[in-house]
Design a protein. Structure first.
Lengths: 203, 311
């Protein structure tokens, strides 16, 4: 059992930088734009990511085949679109706070649970290291072993994300928070466009 | 080649005339713009008409590319040693730009030259609301951060492929026609809006001020860069001439000059009280800037002549 844990951990560690690259566009702008400390927000994000990994692990163990083969790829595009729209609304609400007409954005699209949802969606996003992991769990004929494997993978791939804990000091400056808000808006637009294209391409 | 010799002689005489006119008349803005726009036209003609980058030129011509292209290539091909000269060239450009600081923006940069050209043409100028300026004041830094993060995430040079209005990179993403079409729409619309329409309407350099990620790099490096510009409030009579003259909306109502100032020195010229101070002294600054722009222009002309000779 510990062998599966270690295998997963080292696979995640080897692909650490890739996971960092995928998560950074969503996580960093959000953390920079928020006035509260980064640790609780990062924890929510990591929790969402962990939930996603466990969902995959259980499904791959139970179904014995690639998760993506069972779920329509449009599902992930829709999840990404929701995340993108939430990012756009959240960042607009923050940035446009001085404008009274846009105050409703901040009220209906608060950033409180955004990191949890973002972690879930980014965790469900299948990337090449994840596919390698899924391939490893094929034929394990168990639900527990893939869960252990992906738990190890999760911890290995999350190490670099700890860097985001140090954004707390930066957010004390108003300019940094503004940059975070604007970047979150641009990231939202980017993911919206990308996901819409994938949705259209998937037919 | 005789023709090349005459081109160089013409350029040197043209340049020296501008230097003489600046010293004689004290009109920095007018002659700086002439030099600046001339370099831009040379660059555009050379890079878009004479030089086929795919065949002739393998490195990035634009320091903005450093924010995307090299990072993407590092990510994808980190152990591919034959590409190291490419990185050295790209980083040399960035080192050069960081060394000279914001002088790059108003004395050499070809994006800035286009922006300046259209901003100068406009006679009737719309004023951008201060609230809007405050809202998007840090947009260049956001564009830079977004470009870096998206490049790290996708492994593609996001700025070059999707945002760059000059399309400095000749590559398009492989795949479906719809992707190429979206790329074209993206960089043409950004170029038309921020390099042409808004400068024409407002008389301000809107691409430089609100989009350029290199501006963001220079903005943050200005904390350590030795060049400075500020308003001496003891001499200032708050006539607002500098605020109106500023091409990048970098002077606020409290008469402080933001790090997004592009060192065009127009405020210096309009200030009757001589309240605008630069470090080093403006004469040293202008001499340094003109020398650098002359050297870069020689480089561009040489590349064009080499290409014409080879073709």
């Amino acid at each position: 059992m510990y062998q599966e844990l270690l295998k997963g951990f080292f696979l995640g560690l080897a692909n650490n930088i890739y996971c960092f690259g995928v998560c950074a566009p969503v996580l960093l702008p959000y953390l920079l734009s928020a006035e509260n400390k980064p640790a609780p927000q990062l924890l929510k994000y990591l929790t969402g990511r962990f939930i996603a990994y466990i969902i995959f692990a259980v499904s791959s163990g139970a179904a014995g085949m690639y998760f993506e083969g069972r779920i329509n790829p449009r599902f992930f595009s829709v999840l990404m679109i929701i995340l993108a729209l939430w990012l756009i609304a959240y960042s607009s609400g923050k940035a446009l706070k001085p404008l009274e007409s846009c105050a409703w954005l901040g009220k209906y699209f608060p950033g409180k649970n955004l990191p949890l949802y973002a972690g879930l969606v980014m965790g469900l996003n299948i990337c090449p290291p994840f596919l390698i992991g899924l391939n490893q769990t094929l034929g394990m004929n168990s639900i527990l072993l893939p869960v252990i494997f992906f738990t190890g993978f999760y911890f290995g791939s999350s190490l670099w994300l700890i860097i985001f804990l140090f954004t707390g000091r930066l957010t004390q400056h108003k300019q940094i928070r503004t940059i975070g808000q604007l970047t979150a808006f641009l990231t939202g637009l980017w993911y919206l466009g990308e996901s819409l294209l994938k949705l259209i391409a998937s037919g | 080649m005789k023709g090349a010799f005459f081109v160089y002689i013409f350029w040197v005489l043209f340049y020296l005339s501008l230097v003489y006119l600046i010293i004689k008349t004290g009109k920095i803005t007018l002659y700086r713009k002439i030099l600046f726009i001339s370099i831009t036209l040379f660059f555009l003609a050379g890079f878009k008409i004479f030089i086929n980058p795919a065949k002739y030129y393998s490195g990035p011509a634009c320091p903005l590319a450093i924010s995307s292209t090299s990072l993407a290539t590092i990510r994808n091909l980190i152990f591919n040693f034959p590409l190291w000269p490419y990185f050295v060239y790209a980083f040399l450009w960035l080192a050069f730009v960081l060394l000279i600081g914001r002088i790059w923006c108003s004395w050499i940069c070809w994006f800035g030259g286009i922006d300046e050209c259209f901003a100068s043409i406009s006679k009737k100028k719309l004023t951008l609301p201060q609230k809007l300026i405050d809202l998007i004041s840090e947009l260049p830094s956001a564009v830079l951060l977004f470009s870096l993060l998206a490049t790290l995430s996708t492994g593609t040079a996001v700025f070059c492929l999707w945002i760059c209005p000059l399309k400095m990179s000749v590559s398009f993403l492989p795949g479906e026609y719809i992707i190429k079409l979206l790329q074209i729409i993206s960089f043409i619309s950004i170029g038309i809006v921020f390099l042409i329409i808004l400068p024409l309407l407002t008389g301000k350099r809107t691409f430089c001020r609100f989009i350029c990620p290199l501006r963001a790099v220079l903005r943050w490096s200005s904390f350590v860069h030795p060049s400075r510009i500020n308003i001496n409030l003891d001499k200032c009579t708050k006539c607002d001439l500098c605020i109106k003259a500023c091409s990048s909306s970098a002077i606020d109502k409290e008469y402080s000059i933001s790090p997004y100032c592009n060192f065009c020195l127009e405020c210096l010229e309009v200030c009757k009280e001589k309240a605008i101070e630069t470090k080093p002294h403006c004469k040293i600054l202008i001499s340094f800037a003109m020398l650098l722009s002359f050297l870069v222009s020689l480089l561009i002309i040489t590349e064009i002549i080499k290409c014409i000779k080879n073709c």
